[in-house]
Design a protein around this ligand. Structure first.
Ligand code: SF4
Length: 117
């Protein structure tokens, strides 16, 4: 079976065709696309970007993201966790907001600094 996907590693967005039985990829322009194509049909992962509630800051929410990709099937659980988090200002970009999210070894980090309000 062939699965058609778009490589999202870089803005070129090559159209990949992954042969799921043979574990082969065509349509990629570079090795990263081949690796992405195989991973996407075998163990898809995603970097999660979102916001958490921020108390006492100049803004009411803090943008965050996972500092690595987590298995796609954990996306929903990860969003549930993120929705429960509340942090206090000030926060510096790169601060760890939650360690080892869902035992993935990946942390949730702040993607901007926000001062006390
Ligand atoms: S295959 Fe390579 S060049 Fe094409 S989108 Fe993916 S990373 Fe970019």
């Amino acid at each position: 079976m062939i699965k058609k996907i778009t490589c999202t590693i870089c803005p070129i967005g090559c159209k990949l065709e992954v042969d799921i039985e043979k574990n082969t990829v065509t349509g990629h322009t570079c090795k990263r696309g081949e690796v992405y194509g195989i991973a996407e049909v075998t163990a898809p992962t995603r970097v999660i970007t979102s916001t958490v509630k921020l108390e006492g800051g100049i803004y009411p929410v803090l943008p965050v993201k996972t500092n690595g990709a987590i298995p796609k099937h954990l996306n929903f659980k990860c969003m549930e966790l993120i929705n429960q988090i509340q942090v206090k200002a000030p926060v510096k970009m790169g601060d760890i907001i939650a360690e080892n999210v869902l035992d993935t070894g990946v942390d949730l980090v702040a993607t901007r600094s926000i001062k006390k309000g």
